[in-house]
Design a protein around this ligand. Sequence first.
Ligand code: AMP
Length: 551
Amino acid sequence: MLEGCVDWPEDSARRYRNAGCWGTLSIFEAVSAAARSNPGKAAVVDATGRRSYRDLLSNAERLAARLHGLGLRPLDRVVFQLANSIKFIEAFLALMRIGAIPVMALPAHRRTEIEHFVRSSGAVALMTPEEAKGFDYRVMAREVASRCPVLRHLIIDGEPFRDQIELSPRRDRPEEPAQLSLEECPLPRPEEVALMLLSGGTTGLSKLIPRTHADYLCGVEQSGKAAGLDADTVFLGVLPAGHNYTLGAPGILGTLVAGGVVILSPATTADVVFPLIERERVTVVSSAGPLVSRWLGSDLFDRHDLSSLKVFMSGGARLAPELRRRVEQQFQCTYQESFGTAEGLLCMSRLADAEALRMNSSGRPVSEYDEIRIVNPSDQDLPDGSAGELLVRGPYTIQGYYNAPEINAKAFTTDGFYRTGDVVSRRDGYLYVEGRIKDLINRGGEMISCAEVENHLLTHPAIETACVVAIPDDVFIEKACAVVVLRRGYTLTLAEMSAFLKDKEIARFKMPERLELVKEMPISPAGKILRRNLREALADHLASERLHDRQ
Ligand code: AMP
């Protein structure tokens, strides 16, 4: 295994191999195997066109040969920042063919983050778009390279600067002198590192999560089974493809190894997504909280035939039961909750589950080899029904972040359980996420779960999105503030909100004591509400309010 990674203990590895959790194929081989049964079938569709399985793989191999010719070698790290497109998938598969390791950045990342990924991974190459939304990635790439001497290759999807390389050279330009053959480049071993994902990007700088071919495929295949993916699946990904949820939970790779079709949407708004569902006869869509509320509020339902949709998946954050119910009513399909981590563990509700489980639970682990513990702050196991921190160990959950022994000592138990930081309870094998350890507001010793109050708020007809955050208080140290985006045409006062929550018969101390109406929430590249940004903005706002009061 790549130096700096923490391997599974040999006895666990043997168990996972013997049980078939870990197979004998690399990611490239797994996609090739699916392609063989129907090479002419469409594999990927994006805004520019469509690619058959045959063309997708031959383009990926050609690109792999070219990248190998340029000097990319197995286990070299490549910060990978392409936008959702066929090119993304071809370039990703090219790296999988060589055994080079993409570090999955998102198009929204800027110089500070990209530089951090380059330094912390020791990347020799950076792959970025030419420009998008008025931002020139080539300039950023050049700046990063000037500060990080290990970065040798800047590979641009589009027109490169002179010191940069074009991802796919145009036919009218001579190819760089390179040996365009993969003879010298064996396929990677399945238990070698395939890719590096980024740890939850909502706080601090991300840590790198090394995933092997075998472990990643295990999560991809098991979550694919839970979502019922097969060769008839038409999967629509709307969130960034570099995020674990869209890439492999089961996402793009789950669909490709099942022989289905991947549709990549150029935008996340209902006016783009709904026509795409209709045109491509999409069967599975994977979305996330803030998007779901927006789509549900759209007035386009009558104008599009969405009847092909069978599964509506939401992940990244818990979706309130009220919204899940509306998804099933308005989209006329099965709602599937997906609670996943880039570190590994994936939990999903199952399509045949009873309504109560689909509407309320966070699902159950996708592999029977996932080991779950729910513990109190002293690491003692709690009985079913009690909420505590979720710890997990299993065939596709990492044993450590890359090159991070000090962080690993805190984030993992000595016997290899990953501490998720999520507060969950378990009933009948299903998990119920109650929040993050850090998403609790401590109101003078009374703990308020932000997620719990948000779930109540989201049932209010005026509220499109709600986020409950802590605000500083002289007496209680912290108090709750509800930050709310209203549906068009509605109003809401603090008194009305409090009356509504009172009717929910929840403890009085949980009631937000302040209401802030905003036009939109700050959203992370992965589609999650950036709580920390909200908290900081509110703290600043309150401080200036106080100053004003004193004057
Ligand atoms: P990431 O590794 O960036 O995908 O973030 C993983 C974290 O997102 C988890 O540890 C949870 O805190 C949160 N998360 C993801 N999906 C859900 C969900 N369905 N319900 C609640 N929290 C979720």
